[in-house]
Design a protein around this ligand. Structure first.
Ligand code: WTA
Length: 643
């Protein structure tokens, strides 16, 4: 590797690492590629607890995969019970800090007790294996407690990010046909209360499947409790037994369905199951974070997104780690809140997003420099491409050139990390996710499925199912087949463009479909467009992503109006609020342009490519755009839609 910008692992890091040197990485990768069933079977046997062993490691009826079929296990048992017989019983499992500064340290024993109690509460409401729960809370310990209680009983959960509006909550409850909603009165965000229970009340009249609502008191704001339907968590919890055995569940039992944006107006419920998902997140915590028993691990994502599911809750807890959870905004009350937390709790591993890093760069180095962050030994990045300038700042200012940076590429659909460095083995190149995980047979191809030569861009695909792959879309297996497996028959299409360099390193270029990435949150252009055209003034709308210095992309809308006398400034503001109401405030458009007509093809399709060029050409400043090669993505995207 001749490039100057290559960062090999330091000898001290390698000495203590789980996987040492490129030979270590290659040996694992080779074994997984040559003998996948033996590889995963041995790991599952060694690393996880099963009530009953599987009959087959892998079954493949394309496009539907099964892992560890015939086995019986339980995710909550693996995350809790099995640690109780070890020195971990009084180790902190969840180290939580609220935005106002309150703090809770919950040991594995205590977490086990709390989960068992809440599982008994759910049982008492009549819930059983196979039922569904929607969880709509802020970042409080009761959120993972609710998830683990569901997992313990085999109730499939779907966490709805607290930033989603009542409308978005409603469509998710309806699609999942959930029997119960587990919510909080509110959540703290920048010193203000986000009123979650009000949104539940607004959503529920159209959700006949819901029998019960459990409400956690967090903020103490006034809420309306509907008789017979709504119950306080603390009241149901009174006098409940602390004994609740974990259900032995089929390896393929659906653990959760997490809604994410696709290329249509309707979000898709990505289904993850039990054993395969767990071994994938369990192993990637070891391989990529190189987790040690004494580490304090902080993934700063929100549990409402997949990153929080896999790397705050299931991956770390199944490894018996101390997982940090913070309720509020990273810049509240001051831009050093994250650095304060790292100093105070002596955090060893920080996993965050490029958007957060770029925002911190803007706040200035005085904020991190005022804190002792010498406890850090590894840094991670996820959710969007990290531009070299942000990488370098993270490396120097936060990691003091001591800490490797693991840039991890993956998706809601992949369950866990797919392309990411093993920090004691793989030399880093800023901006590249480096090499695939063992078991991940990735490739960059053209639309015929032919591998692209080195350094040529193409579609990022995976050739074979890995244990953590999403099994289906909730109640829509046909859409699952079409979305991921049909474009190039028999391979998993990620929807991302990438190129691979002469060392085989992957460079992710961005989405080739109509999915945007704003602050690492996935948004669908179609979902935004259908929200806009529901507004009485709007005739047609086209939405595209516009490069943005901090958030990677921002939402830009082109709107044509119905006849009428409109005040454009007021209407633009009104449309922003409308989108916040229909989807959530994180989806608010940055730019709204009114136009007489939208550019269309002869067949009437909106030419988003042109609009993308319009918003891009007059918006790029400095070296901090995340999609440096936007023209490539645009070209691939148009190939992708025209076929
Ligand atoms: C993008 C988040 C570049 C990518 C875990 C993917 C990334 C989408 C990276 C999935 C990365 C995620 N480098 N791009 N390290 N990580 N992406 O489902 O476009 O919210 O397809 O999962 O984010 O977003 P999702």
């Amino acid at each position: 590797m001749a490039q100057s910008n290559v960062f090999p692992p330091s000898p001290e890091f390698v000495k203590r690492a789980r996987v040492q040197g490129m030979e270590g990485y290659r040996a694992l990768y080779r074994r997984a590629a040559e003998k996948p069933e033996e590889f995963w079977g041995e790991l599952a046997e060694k690393e996880l607890f099963f009530f009953q062993k599987w009959s087959h490691v892998f079954e493949w009826h394309p496009p539907f995969a099964k892992w560890f079929a015939g086995g019986k296990t339980n995710v909550a048992y693996n995350c809790l019970d099995r640690h109780l017989a070890t020195h971990r019983k009084n180790k902190v499992a969840i180290l939580w800090e609220g935005e106002p500064g309150d703090q809770r340290l919950i040991s594995y024993q205590e977490l086990h007790r709390l989960v068992c109690r809440f599982a008994n509460v759910l049982k008492a409401r009549g819930l059983k294996t196979g039922d569904r729960a929607i969880i709509y809370m802020g970042m409080v310990p009761e959120l993972p407690i609710a998830m683990l209680a569901c997992a313990r009983l085999g109730i499939t959960h779907s966490v709805v990010f607290g930033g989603f509006s009542a409308e978005a909550l409603k469509t998710r409850i309806q699609d999942l046909e959930a029997q119960i909603v587990i919510a909080a009165d509110g959540a703290w965000r920048r010193g203000r209360e986000v009123r979650l229970k009000d949104a539940v009340d607004e959503a529920l009249p159209d959700c006949p499947s819901v029998r019960d609502v459990v409400v956690l008191e967090r903020t103490g704001g006034a809420v309306h409790m509907k008789d017979g339907r709504d119950h306080w968590w603390h009241e149901l919890d009174e006098g409940v037994s602390e004994h609740c055995p974990a259900e032995p569940l089929d390896s393929e039992h659906p653990l959760f369905a997490l809604y994410t944006s696709g290329t249509t107006g309707k979000p898709k419920g990505i289904v993850h199951t039990t054993a395969g998902y767990l071994i994938h997140v369990h192993m990637t915590v070891q391989w990529v974070f190189d987790l040690r028993e004494e580490d304090t691990f902080w993934c700063s994502a929100d549990i409402g997104w997949v990153t929080g599911h896999s790397y705050i809750v299931y991956g770390p807890l199944s490894n018996g780690a101390t997982s940090v959870m913070y309720e509020g905004s990273p810049d509240y009350p001051q831009p050093d809140r994250m650095w304060r937390l790292i100093e105070k709790h002596r955090v060893n591993i920080l996993y965050t997003s490029p958007t957060a890093i770029r925002a911190f760069i803007r706040h200035g180095d005085q904020w991190p420099n005022a804190h002792d962050m010498s406890s850090l030994r590894l840094l991670g990045s996820v959710g969007e491409p990290i531009n070299p300038a942000a990488w370098e700042w993270y490396y120097k200012t936060i990691g003091k050139e001591r800490c490797p940076i693991v840039d991890t590429w993956w998706q809601t659909e992949t369950g866990g990390m797919m392309i990411a460095p093993m920090p004691g083995a793989v030399p880093l190149k800023p901006g590249s996710g480096t090499l695939p995980m063992p078991g991940v047979v990735a490739d960059v191809v053209d639309l015929e499925g032919q591998p692209a030569p080195a350094n040529r861009e193409g579609f990022l695909i995976v050739r074979r199912p890995w244990p953590g792959i999403a099994r289906t879309i909730w109640r829509d297996p046909e859409r699952y087949r079409q979305q991921y497996w049909e474009r190039i028959p028999g391979v998993y299409m990620t929807g991302d463009a990438a190129r691979r360099d002469e060392d085989g390193y992957y460079w992710i270029l961005g989405r080739v479909d109509d999915v945007m990435n704003v602050s690492g949150h996935r948004l669908s252009t179609m979902e935004l467009e259908s929200a806009l055209v529901r507004h009485p003034a709007v005739a047609e709308a086209a939405v595209v992503g516009k490069p943005h210095e901090i958030t990677g992309q921002a939402v830009a809308c082109f709107v044509t109006l119905k006849k009428g006398d409109w005040n454009h400034d007021e209407l633009a503001e009104d449309l922003r609020k409308w989108v916040a109401h229909e989807i959530g405030s994180f989806a608010k458009p940055e730019q709204i342009r009114f136009t007489d007509a939208l550019p269309k093809t002869r067949s009437g399709k909106i030419m988003r490519r042109l609009l993308r060029e319009i918003v891009t050409s007059n918006a790029v400043t400095g070296d901090v755009t995340t999609l440096e090669d936007l023209s490539v993505v645009t070209r691939l995207a148009s190939q992708h839609d025209e076929e």
